[in-house]
Design a protein around this ligand. Structure first.
Ligand SMILES: NC(=O)c1ccc[n+]([C@@H]2O[C@H](COP(=O)([O-])OP(=O)(O)OC[C@H]3O[C@@H](n4cnc5c(N)ncnc54)[C@H](OP(=O)(O)O)[C@@H]3O)[C@@H](O)[C@H]2O)c1
Length: 234
């Protein structure tokens, strides 16, 4: 039977690729993001507007059951520590971490009603591997990882919670970092697998984590990073 998945963010990039896969398998997706973009217009996707940093968000009803929830919102705000403001840190904290907390507080009961639900959050390779200019995003995503592990313990066995930790992936979020042939080649060369990620690479991992195929996996941080976090290849 088709399942019901909620996406927070995900109107582009990884969300679009994942929505296509889930709909193809006969599931339905409700998307909440600032804009519909391409994901919101797919047949099988419903949409309601959401700015996750607003104090009173326009959340879709939470009656449930909800079989899975994916929290996508993120930023790539890379600056030397001396030029990154407190406001930058606060914004990243809101979008990456507090938005996920607010969402899961709101939908927790609806997820539990499914009896077999799965939550997928996103971190970054820069939590496990120190990288210059990543202080703000790494701090906020580090909080996501700790939160996810603790929540996975608290919500077991009815709701699984896992995190995908990507390296650089070719989505609208990473557009600036991948502008021009020179940057693209340098980015590909930095990875042991000699390419940067595609949205499908992250979507495949998320699809797996939402599915029965991963029914014995919870509380994990899963690197999807072309080998970046664990290999040193000359
Ligand atoms: N791409 C990379 O290189 C990379 C690397 C490491 C980690 N990540 C993480 O992977 C996750 C997915 O990113 P992606 O690369 O797939 O980026 P993406 O294609 O830009 O998707 C991010 C989505 O989040 C939504 N969003 C952003 N800010 C929002 C807000 N304030 N309120 C509501 N929705 C918001 C956007 O939709 P709207 O604009 O319509 O709201 C967008 O659809 C993010 O958490 C990111 O931090 C990505």
């Amino acid at each position: 039977m088709g399942k019901t998945f909620y996406f927070i963010g995900g109107s582009t990039g990884t969300g679009l690729s994942l929505a296509r896969k889930l709909i193809h398998e006969g599931h339905s997706v409700h998307l909440m993001a600032r804009t519909e973009n391409e994901t919101g217009q797919l047949e099988g996707v419903t949409f309601s507007p959401l700015q996750i940093t607003d104090e009173s968000p326009l959340f879709h009803p939470a009656e449930g059951p909800i079989d899975g929830l994916v929290y996508f919102p993120g930023t790539i705000n890379l600056k030397p520590f001396r030029s990154i403001s407190n406001h930058d840190f606060e914004t990243d904290w809101q979008i990456h971490f507090l938005g996920a907390v607010k969402t899961l507080r709101f939908y927790g009961e609806a997820l539990k009603k499914s009896g077999n639900a799965s939550v997928v959050l996103f971190s970054t390779v820069a939590v496990q591997t120190g990288m210059p200019f990543h202080t703000s995003v790494a701090a906020a995503k580090g909080a996501v990882e700790g939160f996810a592990r603790a929540l996975a313990a608290e919500w077991a066995p009815s709701v699984r919670v896992n995190v995908i930790a990507p390296s650089l992936t070719d989505t609208p979020l990473a557009e600036k970092l991948l502008k021009g042939d020179e940057r693209r080649k340098a980015a590909a060369d930095r990875h042991p697998l000699k390419r940067f990620g595609q949205p499908e690479n992250l979507a495949d991992a998320a699809r797996f984590l939402l599915s029965e195929e991963s029914s014995w996996i919870t509380g994990q941080i899963i690197p999807v990073d072309g080998g970046m976090s664990s290999l040193k290849v000359l």
